[in-house]
Write a new protein. Structure first.
Length: 434
């Protein structure tokens, strides 16, 4: 090998070393402002295993790359013993990782949402399958027995009996377990819908079917649940199909002489053409997309009796500078997902429905996600043979990022959990006077 060739290689190595040193220095300057040390000894410090990570964090800090940092974590190129604390320090920073960095990136990321319907019928089925058909074992281990994959309601509901002396005590009491919070949420939904025995209910995006079963058992309603996830449909129709298997859903205060019926269909909500007394949709509008909001509520209006009620439960955004789609989440977790702004929902209701109740309990999602994350980590050994280590790191990164979002979003980032109950605008409703 000639001396010229060796000299060229030495120069290239030196230049790469200079670049890495520069990127390392820039990263450490940014991390210093939020109390993070590269390869430090605090739990929230970052341990870098691959020098390419420095460039990714620099790109992230200027809004150029919104995916690379998460992908590098998935590929085990960096680590932190307290990932939630580390990410929270970055997200809360006003200097080192200014939120203004995202404005240009968010604009370009939003362009496809403006020009294309990313949640058309064909694409919706594919996107739903890519998430909800990952494997029922994952969700069964992460969630509770009721398989509710939405925000629980952790404040204990008051008794249906208004004279119950324990009402005030219950109002100030939190549920102790995830399962209790989810059952409490389903009870809240039933009460808000003012259900009566014999009513016919449509559950749009019924998941694994337990809300439909809960309403049938405790309120005596006949419930039709629709989903386009094959694994959810199979689970709903083959698991806990007997009343004796659903004893944990039973609410003693609502003891009815006869439970209602429930059925599940592998069907797109746009194909439903029947009339119902009530419609409920929990955690589904996030997959509809703003170009389909009008059609979604047209379907609800068409299928709802004139005196009926519709309850919508969703994650929503209060602040219009927060993007409806996170590019990393869209690529790896919820393809095609889009969080609605509260103003978009109100606009979509206009001319079709009148809002009767708007309930925001976003902080309850933080408690819910903590429980999901703990369950996922604790039960991972049971399912690890079915998934890759990269999948585990992906899911861990997602849960950690969502935890800090939901801890601070209601006050800083503007993300919340809404329950909105509406009735048809053409309906005349009368309040009975004392």
């Amino acid at each position: 090998m000639s001396s010229t060739t060796e000299s060229t290689k030495d120069n290239q190595v030196a230049k790469r070393s200079m670049l890495n040193n520069f990127l390392y220095s820039e990263c450490q300057k940014a991390f210093n402002k939020v109390g993070i040390t590269i390869n430090g000894d605090q739990p929230h410090d970052i341990r870098v295993k691959d020098d390419s990570v420095y460039l990714l964090f620099v790109k992230y800090s200027i809004g150029y790359d919104r995916i690379g940092v998460g992908e590098a974590y998935m590929d085990n190129k960096w680590e932190s013993d307290d990932l939630v604390e580390m990410l929270s320090r970055i997200f809360k920073s006003k200097d080192a990782f200014s939120k203004k960095r995202n404005m240009v990136g968010n604009f370009f990321n939003s362009l496809p949402l403006i020009f294309f319907n990313l949640q058309n019928r064909f694409q919706a089925r594919q996107d739903i399958s890519n998430h909800y058909d990952i494997g029922n074992d994952l969700f069964k281990n992460m969630l509770d027995r009721s398989m509710n994959y939405s925000c629980g309601y952790w404040q204990k509901s008051v008794s249906l009996n208004p004279s119950d002396p324990n009402n005030n005590r219950k109002l100030n009491t939190l549920c102790e377990t995830l399962e209790e919070a989810q059952i409490n949420k389903m009870l809240l939904i039933g009460r808000k819908l003012k259900l009566e025995p014999g009513m016919k209910i449509l559950d749009i995006g019924c998941g694994w079917g337990y809300l439909a079963k809960f309403l049938a058992i405790n309120f005596g309603c006949d419930v039709v649940g629709v989903t386009i996830s094959e694994q959810q449909y199979n689970y709903a129709t083959t698991t806990d199909t007997e009343l004796k298997d659903l004893e944990f859903l039973h609410i003693p205060d609502l003891d009815l002489p006869k439970a209602g019926k429930y059925e599940f269909r592998l069907q797109d909500y746009r194909e439903v053409d029947e009339t119902f007394d009530r419609i409920v949709s929990v955690g589904m509008i996030e997959h509809v997309g703003k170009k389909n909001y009008s059609e979604f509520f047209d379907v609800c209006k068409r299928c709802l009796k004139r005196e009926g009620l519709l309850l919508l439960h969703t994650i929503g955004l209060n602040y219009h500078k927060i993007p409806q789609v996170d590019v990393w989440v869209n690529k790896y977790i919820f393809p095609g997902g889009m969080l609605p702004y509260h103003t978009q929902l109100i606009e979509a209701f206009y001319g079709k429905f009148v809002i009767e109740d708007w309930h925001n309990f976003g902080y309850d999602y933080y408690r819910t996600l903590i429980a999901w994350h703990k369950n996922f980590i604790a039960t991972w050994p049971e399912i690890k043979d079915n998934y890759s280590e990269r999948f585990k790191r992906m899911w861990t990164f997602f849960c950690s990022a969502q935890l800090l979002y939901l801890e601070f979003e209601p006050r800083i980032f503007g993300k919340s959990c809404y329950q909105s109950t509406v009735f048809q605008e053409v309906t005349h409703r009368f309040v009975e006077k004392d």
